[in-house]
Design a protein around this ligand. Structure first.
Ligand SMILES: Cc1cc2nc3c(=O)[nH]c(=O)nc-3n(C[C@H](O)[C@H](O)[C@H](O)COP(=O)(O)OP(=O)(O)OC[C@H]3O[C@@H](n4cnc5c(N)ncnc54)[C@H](O)[C@@H]3O)c2cc1C
Length: 580
């Protein structure tokens, strides 16, 4: 097996950033949890836009994941008596999230990475770090290899295989500013799309409610404050906009609006992400936002500290408070944190069947890169659950079925398909290097991100989406005439790497807006202003849009073709989602 990643080690994959935890229906807290309840919460959390069967399987597997990770030595938090501890995440009224302080992703990744290292030492896996897949090779309709670039030497390499698995993460960075690692991109999945793989629900992106607000124009990255903080932190803004510049301590209890607790009394501060994000935007739009620019709300731990003591809060979230202080210079044990929604996760991805195989035979897609289980909104602590379910439990059962009929069919590296694909990759690199313009890659990325945030972000409407669809091709045109990529292709060249990724974002953004326009309803993170209930909640159109939208590439400059996979619900009853 050959394993590729663009970082210097797979240990540095973006998953390392995951903070809060991973869900499982173990019911250790005896609070009424069950596989069915996790399944139901996840379907409802996704606003009834995911496949029932997939989500049920995910809920069932969730328990095995925890056992697997414990066996690998992952140091989950434990209670005094030794049992694994839990906390709560949004969209659930039970406590089912397993965690390792604020570094759950890192610990899970270490468990996984040591198992990978064991296989490398055993000779069953060959590792290719700092190697970027730039295209998919298709031979007689099957995925049979990749063309990659060694990022240190610039060498273009061909790799043949019996099957290809993409576990290449999400595309939130299309918005430029996001909580994702700077390297996250859409290149692998988008280039597979251009080779025939369907892209499902690209407009389904998630805005996370608790991030450190944007601090200035030249910022390139946003920082997440884990949703787990909402277990103990209370979200509020001043009731009157005149108070928004006062220090929080000067605003008495009676003048504070704990708007999540007020609007959603049964879930309160643990309302799902899409709902909490929109509520934050709403109060800021009313002029009640706090901090510079008025784009912030308070996340206040004063009550929790009074009730549990600073020591307990430090034990639970110490590293997050430290991160916050390093970035803002404020001590959140003493003054409330300021938070604001930011792009965080992408529910869309390559279309896969129940076996996690795309419509291209032999191309499997797992983790955030596929569209599978989260519908129109992912619940907190469910991405790790899905990624690990896919990789540890689903794929080992489904991939061998495909492989059984494929042994001995690996193509030669000299086959015309490999030669052609490599030629295309080289041509694209040459084209990027030859533009020789005057604008930086980042300046295009930034402009695209601002446009998308404005027109295809937390709120979308037909007019804005049509404007974006006009502007994106213009921006792309400018990119190919004005971008400057210094250096050459035969060496380490990070500008070239970024240019290739931004070029893909500039095409992919158009697909996102086409999808957002076609989905003429509001659901989860996809909120079309035209479709809302009297009290401002998302209004679905189940009759016409209870479907996965899977897009097929039809050639450069051609509109993509839509395939609709109807979603049939046998167990769950479709209702207006309510967290009140
Ligand atoms: C700040 C933050 C906190 C989060 N906290 C949580 C949490 O508490 N709980 C939770 O469930 N989820 C959380 N998430 C979401 C979760 O971390 C991600 O959805 C998940 O880690 C994605 O894992 P993945 O394996 O699919 O992709 P990644 O971890 O992004 O890995 C992708 C891999 O693919 C490789 N790759 C990509 N493109 C190429 C290419 N072209 N060529 C070669 N290699 C390539 C990369 O090198 C990398 O190794 C969080 C996300 C963020 C941003």
């Amino acid at each position: 097996m050959k394993c590729f990643c663009f970082q210097d080690s797979a240990r540095r994959a973006h998953s390392i950033a995951a903070q809060g935890g991973i869900n499982a229906a173990k019911n250790y807290q005896n609070d009424g949890d069950s596989v069915y309840r996790l399944f139901h919460d996840t379907i409802k959390g996704g606003d009834f836009r995911s496949r029932e069967a997939n989500v049920y399987r995910l809920a069932e597997i969730s328990n095995n994941i925890i056992d697997q990770c414990v066996a690998q030595g992952v140091p989950f938090a434990r209670e005094y008596g030794g049992l694994l501890a839990n906390r709560s995440f949004g969209g659930a009224q039970v406590s089912r999230t397993f965690y390792a302080r604020g570094q759950t992703g890192q610990q899970l990744l270490l468990g996984c990475y040591q198992a990978l290292c064991r296989q490398i030492a055993a000779g069953t896996v060959q590792m290719f770090p700092q190697t970027e897949m730039l295209d998919l090779v298709i031979v007689e309709g099957h995925a049979k290899g990749i063309v990659a670039r060694n990022l240190c030497s610039g060498k273009i390499e061909r790799h043949a295989a019996d099957t290809v698995v993409l576990a290449t993460g999400g595309y939130g960075n299309v918005f430029y500013l996001s909580t994702n690692a700077r390297g996250c991109n859409v290149t692998a999945t988008y280039r597979a799309y251009k080779r025939g793989a369907l892209f499902a629900n690209p407009a389904f992106t998630q805005i996370h409610p608790t991030c450190i607000p944007v601090g200035g124009e030249y910022q390139s990255k946003l920082t997440l404050m884990s949703e787990s903080l909402r277990n103990d932190g209370r979200v509020w803004v001043p009731k009157r906009k005149e108070d928004r510049n006062k220090a929080p301590g000067e605003i008495p209890e009676t003048d504070r609006d704990y708007y999540l607790e007020r609007k959603y009394p049964s879930y309160g501060n643990l309302s799902p992400r899409d709902i909490s994000s929109r509520a934050a935007k709403e109060v800021c739009d009313e002029g009640r936002g706090v901090g510079p620019g008025g784009r912030g709300v308070y996340l206040d731990f004063a009550d929790a500290i009074k009730r549990l003591g600073e020591h307990t809060i430090r034990e639970r979230y110490g590293n997050l408070f430290e991160v916050y202080e390093k970035i803002t210079g404020e001590n959140a044990y003493k003054v409330p944190m300021r938070i604001y929604p930011a792009v965080h996760y992408t529910m869309g991805g390559l279309w896969v069947d129940y076996d996690l195989m795309s419509n291209v035979p032999g191309l499997f897609v797992i983790g955030e890169a596929n569209f599978s289980d989260h519908g129109a909104n992912r619940l907190g602590a469910s991405a790790l659950m899905q990624g690990l379910a896919d990789g540890y439990f689903v794929l080992p059962n489904t991939l061998p079925n495909y492989l059984a009929g494929q042994m001995g069919k690996r193509p030669s590296l000299d086959s015309p398909e490999f030669r052609e694909t490599e030629k295309d990759v080289r041509a694209r690199i040459e084209k990027l290097l030859n533009v020789n313009g005057t604008r930086s890659v980042d300046s295009f990325h930034r402009e695209l991100g601002l446009l998308l945030w404005d027109k295809c972000g937390m709120l979308r409407h037909e007019k804005g989406l049509r404007e974006a669809l006009k502007k994106i091709p213009e921006l792309r045109e400018q990119f190919w005439h004005e971008v400057r990529v210094p250096g050459d292709g035969d060496d380490l060249n990070q500008s070239l790497e970024r240019a290739g990724r931004v070029a893909d974002f500039l095409e992919f953004a158009e697909l996102m807006c086409i999808d957002a326009l076609e989905r003429d309803e509001s659901c989860g993170g996809h909120f079309r202003e035209e479709h809302q209930t009297a009290d401002g909640e998302a209004l679905r159109d189940d009759e016409n849009h209870a479907a996965v939208f899977a897009w097929e590439f039809q050639g450069n400059g051609q509109p993509p073709k839509l395939h609709r996979e109807p979603l049939n619900f046998e167990t769950v009853h479709l209702t207006q989602r309510s967290y009140k």
